[in-house]
Design a binder for this molecule. Structure first.
Ligand SMILES: *Cc1c(COP(=O)(O)O)cnc(C)c1O
Length: 356
């Protein structure tokens, strides 16, 4: 039986992406070679890279002047590459979770790093609002979706300086006005492909403004000049990412995906709010993530957590144990997750309620 995969990352991929990748591992587009062994300089792979870049631009309506890159090192490497390339004197950061805090730590190596607001004291259960971003900041960095804590910034902030966002876990789930951004990045392994590559969308004319020397591999301009092929790229993860992008286009693009996403998150939040055995960890509805849905057993049923996990497991549900810093449960309902799997989880919650 195929499992209902609620893992936070690496995470569920569409059947379309998995099947096409499986075929390409055996015989990549009739070349008689595997995607795992073909040269990244072959015309076949160059076509994969350029189509993936083109589809990112198409799906997100990326304006002229921006480049799309697929790099190694994951989102975590971007925590350092961003300030290395963009921080001249001062950068502003919003502290909304563990990933945001990691990005802040790296920025401090490169210059003044202003944390404009933080929800850390409340274990990151909400998104701070009403903060002020210094008008002389080189950029404002935020994490659009806090994968661990289940909060999400669902619209592009208006702050008067160029935006930089870690969109690892909600890219392609809502429309984004890319023109407001200096840079958007994320690891592939949530809404795009397997682990091994990170996507970067960068505004080219904001580069080359810092005085410090930048090592070749950490300079975005290196990768722009060589079409993400300065060194050997993660070919297979990029191939799978291309399949996801094609599937997104077939589904009808971002607005169609956004509708499906809403149906799934409404279904699960509806049950969490209705079922007295459970409680959402994010109280403010507008801050609730549509991608990573975090909840716990209500106070009086605390000791039943393991029993619910056992029932869920019987139903073929995997990956709903919460991150250790939050506890309880986390259901990651990324774009590739069918609503049927969310329904299986909701039915398990109802069945559990009846059994108590
Ligand atoms: C998963 C995740 C990361 C880390 O990604 P890596 O590719 O493992 O470095 C960073 N930020 C967010 C928001 C994430 O969800």
């Amino acid at each position: 039986m195929k499992k209902h995969n609620f893992y936070a990352g690496p995470s569920i991929l569409s059947e379309f992406a998995i099947k096409n990748t499986a075929e390409a591992v055996l015989n990549f587009e009739g070349s008689g070679l595997s995607i795992l062994e073909i040269s990244h300089r072959s015309k076949e792979f160059i076509a994969v890279m350029s189509e993936a870049q083109k589809l990112v631009k198409e799906l997100l309506d990326v304006p002229a002047g921006y480049e799309v890159l697929f790099l190694g090192g994951g989102a975590s490497m971007q925590f350092a590459m961003v300030p290395y390339n963009l921080l001249k004197t001062k950068a502003a950061y919003l502290d909304t979770g563990s990933w945001a805090a990691k990005a802040i730590k790296e920025a401090k190596f490169f210059g003044e790093t202003v944390v404009v607001a933080s929800s850390k004291a409340d274990n990151y259960t909400y998104i701070p609002k009403g903060y002020e971003v210094p008008s002389d900041a080189d950029y404002f960095h935020y994490t659009s979706n806090n994968t661990i804590f289940g909060t999400e910034v669902k619209s592009d902030p208006e702050v008067g300086v160029p935006l930089v966002a870690d969109m690892s876990s909600d890219i392609f789930s809502r429309p984004v006005d890319v023109s407001k951004y200096a840079l958007i990045y994320g690891g592939a392994q949530k809404n795009l492909g397997p682990s091994g590559t990170a996507f970067v969308i960068v505004k080219e004319d904001l580069l080359g403004k810092v005085d410090r020397p930048i090592p070749t591999m950490l300079d975005y301009r290196t990768h722009i000049a060589s079409e993400s092929m300065f060194n050997t790229p993660p070919c297979a993860p990029i191939y799978t990412s291309l399949q996801t992008l094609k599937w997104y286009k077939q589904l009808g693009g971002i607005s169609a995906i956004e509708k499906l996403k809403k149906q799934k998150s409404d279904l699960l939040y509806g049950e969490i709010d209705r079922n007295s055995l459970f409680r959402g960890t994010v109280a403010n509805a507008e801050d609730r993530s549509d991608m990573n849905i975090t909840f716990v057993m209500s106070e009086e049923y605390k000791e039943k957590e393991a029993d619910f996990l056992a029932l869920a497991s019987q139903k073929g549900i995997v990956g709903i144990k919460g991150h250790r810093s939050v506890g309880g449960f986390r259901a990651s309902v990324y774009n590739a997750m069918p609503i049927e799997s969310v329904q299986v989880l909701v039915d398990a919650m109802k069945e559990f309620e009846k059994s108590i």
